[in-house]
Design a protein around this ligand. Structure first.
Ligand code: FNR
Length: 190
């Protein structure tokens, strides 16, 4: 069974990306994945600063987050778009998890060989699509295999009902398409 980590890049309580991540968690569970959905409220990480790392090593929250990345076969990033790129919270997670803790630990060990899928949500017309272009490039450069399929939920402020379900079947189908591709590639890689 593929272990799929789902990482929303917004800590906002009413975040559309968190809602989309919750939808993705249900869809992935139905598709047969073992899902690990991150709650950003559990990871109150400082903005990355090498002085912190030099003084005390990785903060405890960064270690916990990195462990969950390491345990995963595949990762679904659910990313807001800020000023046409990824939100700083998402980049901060990526940066902290990229760090090694011992001299003999291979660089980027939590990322290399992992499969990833990309989702985004925004009230805007492009749904955060431009941010995913940057996220895809970042992940590719650190050894993550990002599947071609991705989905950006536009007009996200009108696309969830009171229970958090997507109101358009076509949107859920697109989420399912990304997840199926991630699980298929992860399954082939073993
Ligand atoms: C935004 N937002 C935004 N949306 C978008 O589609 N493209 C963009 O470039 C930006 N830029 C941007 C910059 C900053 C600083 C903020 C705070 C917001 C709007 C953004 O999509 C919206 O606030 C979402 O609700 C953020 O995602 P969550 O928190 O709902 O998941």
């Amino acid at each position: 069974m593929t272990k799929l980590l789902i990482l929303p890049g917004s800590a906002r309580r009413d975040s559309y990306n968190r809602k989309l991540a919750a939808v993705a968690a249900r869809v992935a569970t139905d598709a047969g994945a073992e899902v690990d959905l991150i709650d950003p409220a559990e990871y109150d990480l400082p903005l990355f600063n090498q002085e912190i790392e030099d003084a005390t090593g990785l903060p405890e929250a960064a270690k916990r987050l990195k462990e969950r990345f390491t345990a995963a076969d595949a990762i679904l990033f659910v990313s807001p778009e800020y000023n046409s790129s990824i939100a700083p919270l998402m980049k901060n997670y990526i940066d902290w998890v990229s760090r090694t803790e011992t001299d003999d630990e291979p660089a980027l060990s939590a990322y290399r060989g992992k499969v990833a899928g990309l989702l985004s949500a925004s009230p805007g017309k492009l749904g955060g699509l431009r941010g995913l272009v940057h996220l895809r490039a970042i992940l590719g450069n650190i050894g993550v295999l990002v599947v071609p399929k991705q989905f950006s939920l536009s007009g996200a402020d009108g696309k969830f009902d009171d229970t958090g379900k997507l109101t358009e079947e076509s949107a859920e189908k697109s989420v399912r398409g990304v997840i199926q591709e991630v699980l298929s590639v992860a399954g082939k890689l073993g």
